[in-house]
Design a protein around this ligand. Sequence first.
Ligand SMILES: NC(=O)C1=CN([C@@H]2O[C@H](COP(=O)(O)OP(=O)(O)OC[C@H]3O[C@@H](n4cnc5c(N)ncnc54)[C@H](OP(=O)(O)O)[C@@H]3O)[C@@H](O)[C@H]2O)C=CC1
Ligand SMILES: CC(=O)[C@@H](O)[C@H](O)COP(=O)(O)O
Ligand SMILES: [Mn+2]
Length: 387
Amino acid sequence: MKSLSILGSTGSIGTNALEIVRQFPGQFRVVALAAKTSIAALAGQIVEFSPRLVAVIDDAHAGQLRSLLPADVDVRIVTGDAGYVMAATLPESDMVLGAMVGAAGLAPTLAAIDAGKDIALANKETLVMGGEIVMARVAERGVKLMPVDSEHSAIFQSLAGHRHSEVREILLTASGGPFRQTPAAEFAAITPAAALRHPNWSMGSKITIDSATLMNKGLEVIEARWLFDVDFDRIKVVVHPQSIIHSMVTYQDGAVIAQLGIPDMKGAIAYGLSHPDRLPLDMPAPDFAALGQLTFEDPDLERFPCLALAFRAGEAGGTHPAVLNAANEIAVAAFLEGRLPYTGIYAIIDQTLNRHRAEGQPDLEQIIAADRWARKTAVDLIRQQEC
Ligand SMILES: NC(=O)C1=CN([C@@H]2O[C@H](COP(=O)(O)OP(=O)(O)OC[C@H]3O[C@@H](n4cnc5c(N)ncnc54)[C@H](OP(=O)(O)O)[C@@H]3O)[C@@H](O)[C@H]2O)C=CC1
Ligand SMILES: CC(=O)[C@@H](O)[C@H](O)COP(=O)(O)O
Ligand SMILES: [Mn+2]
């Protein structure tokens, strides 16, 4: 029986993870949950899964949560950054699923590693911001870090049983998003509703917008660089609109090993939680005859410049990736609120990066300072455009 802390339990990854726990009650139990403000959903999860501890954003939401729970429910409710760290480091917990969205995932993930927990990591922003520090701490503490992001789970599976020294390159597949075939002239008029219609995956709103700009793939390139210790010049992106091949590894003899499956995150989440076992999921394999064909194309960096920007920030290193990530979070939120056009997402990140004075080999404090600076800079830039 594995005891889990699920950070981001009310989100897309979190609820899929709880569905797996529901299906395999003999394998997993939930000891801690964390969310931000989705209090009604969290109350339902507490009643169903009986965690010992739950973390929410602040005292007001803790009060709301307590008022929704039946009087006989015995759960400790904690709040804020310290509360998220408590959920991540609970002594009873064996593994922490990092499924918060955004930079908020970094501190609890590091705390969990320091506490000796195994990690199943969906929160790619953690590795974009602090990949070098995170991987060093994983090695120091000797904990397991399982990738949950579908491409990285596929790469992990495609690397198994092979020598790192024999890898030629990593091939990250990208769906291309909802605007793969949209002419650039139409980009300025793209609405949040259109950008939220991902062709293949059902996900939270931030990552769905990232998929629509191809920033998601850029963040994943940086994530792969740290997870698999491969330089940027050996990570390639290939657009594969069917999202059946989740990613591939090319070896020095030209052989390509891939992992395939239908686009359903329960596969990657279950593998991350249960490795080295494979759970008997109620999950169909792809029907290849029905699919007919799997197709591939190069990404169009002219129409999707966020991907090139992420490669540049990754290669520049230091605090650049944290700045890229923070400016992207601010710009995506502004786009979703209707305060920034789709094309403004790239513009704001680019302008923020251009103003950044980078730290070469940053420690955690410097990364957090760069994140704060980039948020403020991006907010100011968006305000100036609104005037
Ligand atoms: N969805 C997917 O299929 C995939 C997601 N990922 C990655 O997994 C992570 C989660 O994505 P997804 O599940 O789609 O996101 P969602 O937006 O669906 O869920 C986010 C979760 O994080 C919580 N949360 C948000 N902000 C904070 C905060 N500041 N502090 C604490 N908790 C917070 C939310 O709580 P509340 O509900 O209360 O707001 C919610 O539980 C992201 O990093 C994403 O890139 C990677 C691959 C696939
Ligand atoms: C499911 C998952 O892992 C997402 O990150 C997915 O990859 C998004 O699809 P895109 O390839 O469109 O970014
Ligand atoms: Mn992915």
